[in-house]
Write a protein that binds this ligand. Structure first.
Ligand SMILES: *Cc1c(COP(=O)(O)O)cnc(C)c1O
Length: 464
């Protein structure tokens, strides 16, 4: 036994021998010489261990394949495009809002070289990073001032830190929400150094609750209203409107901060959805500060936007945290193009999130039937069934849009869904009633070809 193992170990090729193979040269070209040599060494070490345990010596192609897998695992990019077949339009795990063509092109163009980020081309002198986007935000929302930061969590943290640190902030117990990804209103409040003053109950809070809080807490300096975001309270519920809170606050000399979350600029009722509060409404209602995301219903890149009264927004602009949370040039240029769509009154036509929301059921059915026919042509058992898409991203909780789903019948739906996820590009589907289902609503038209190829190869692999 020992002699046989020794013999086998001697049969193992050297790293130099493997480096002479054409397939290994391809790895060197793709991944670099040093990483390839390391992967070959590690592979040979692993094989030596296997041989000592009684294993055979693999042939050269197998060794190269194993080294190649190691290299891919270590060096292949993991952040890459995926196809969203889930029907969740603003899918946080899948990067939220897909960007419009113009926004993508602008990001591409700007990333290539230098830019006018902080340079006034007219004057030939230093310019303002904020000058590209903030006037557009003001024009669209009617706000006096605007400030863009890295994301809405940062916007809320900055607003609370810069305006309410060391003071009391009154909020309804019905709004002490967790948004997901570790963002909890009470924790952000604690982090900012503001003191949380909770009032009312989970389902009902009245103006007199706020009134009692103000009379009992001398340090109460702000009222915070937070959007419920990803859940809905139904039944015996009540909460003062933002307008009522602002009016009440004015009577008592306490301004209102509104964490709007999604921050729609367009009325969602037009699309047979419930009403999602808009930024314009919060500004009109007189909120002193309003915070919202750039990559939820706004449909732009990840950003946090603060709008409101100039004296508050300017105080935040010069706060040290604002520098730490500032948005980068690629975000700003994508946001600029996204906002221009709204100003040109073409948001629903050009911004993918709104295109998807506005997509008529018959257009979805047409695509679903086309996919069905192509897949059936390849021998796959496919149905088109009724389903529901959701908006997601903490907006319009519980609201759905009617859709048509392409349902793949499979004895092993989990395995098929996995095959789709490991396809190139990966396809993320849903499993519903033991079928793997895909919602055409969230698949961009230019992804359709790749999706069908991935589907066919996954189905072919499954039938073996
Ligand atoms: C989504 C959301 C946030 C966090 O915004 P990000 O842009 O994800 O940082 C904060 N508050 C509310 C109400 C939200 O819906």
């Amino acid at each position: 036994m020992r002699a046989m193992i020794q013999k086998r170990l001697r049969q193992l090729p050297s790293v130099d021998h493997l480096l002479g193979l054409e397939a290994v040269q391809e790895l060197v070209d793709g991944f670099g010489r040093q990483p390839t040599v390391e992967a070959l060494r590690e592979t040979l070490d692993a094989v030596r261990g296997e041989v000592r345990g009684g294993g055979e010596v693999p042939d050269d192609p197998t060794l190269v394949q194993r080294a190649s897998s190691r290299l891919t695992e270590r060096l292949a990019p993991t952040l890459r495009p995926v196809i969203n077949g889930t029907g969740v339009i603003i899918h946080t795990n899948l990067g939220r809002a897909p960007l419009s063509k113009r926004a993508r092109e602008a990001i591409n163009g700007l990333s290539r070289g230098y830019s006018s980020l902080e340079y006034d081309v007219d004057a030939g002198e230093r310019g303002q990073r904020s000058s590209h986007v903030e006037p557009l935000v003001c024009e669209l929302t009617g706000a006096e001032s605007a400030l863009v930061v890295n994301n809405n969590a940062g916007a809320v943290l900055l607003a609370l830190t810069g305006l309410a640190r060391g003071k009391g902030v009154v909020i309804s117990r019905g709004q002490l929400v967790e948004i997901g990804g570790g963002f909890r209103v009470p924790d952000v409040m604690a982090q900012s150094g503001a003191r949380l003053i909770e009032v009312g109950t989970t389902n009902r809070t009245h103006l007199y609750d706020y009134e009692n809080a103000l009379s009992e807490n001398d340090d109460a300096a702000w009222i915070l209203r937070a959007h419920h975001s990803n859940f809905r309270v139904v039944g015996f519920t009540s909460e003062p409107s933002l307008g009522e809170l602002v009016e009440f606050g004015q009577e008592h000399g306490v301004p209102v901060m509104d964490d709007l979350g999604s921050g729609a600029l367009i009325e969602t009722r037009v699309f047979a959805l419930a009403h999602e509060p808009t930024v314009q409404e919060s500004v009109d209602a007189g909120a002193a500060v309003v915070c919202f995301s750039g990559d939820k219903l706004l449909g732009g890149p990840q950003a946090g936007i603060i709008v409101g009264k100039t004296r508050y927004v300017d105080a935040l602009r010069t706060h040290p945290l604002a520098r730490a949370l500032r948005a980068d040039k690629l975000c700003l240029v994508g946001l600029q193009e996204t906002l221009l769509h709204y100003l040109r009154d073409e948001a629903v036509e050009e911004i993918p999130v709104w295109q998807m929301i506005a997509l008529p059921l018959d257009a979805i059915a047409e695509r679903a039937i086309k996919w069905q026919q192509m897949l059936q042509g390849a021998g796959a058992p496919v149905d088109v069934v009724d389903g529901r898409s959701t908006v997601g991203g903490g907006s319009l909780p519980g609201e759905t849009l009617p859709t048509k789903l392409v349902a793949l019948r499979s004895p092993h739906p989990d395995a098929l869904a996995r095959e789709l996820r490991v396809a190139d590009p990966p396809v993320v589907a849903r499993i519903e009633a033991d079928h793997v289902v895909l919602d055409p609503r969230t698949v961009l038209p230019e992804e359709e070809q790749a999706l069908l190829m991935s589907l066919m190869s996954a189905l072919a692999r499954q039938s073996h």
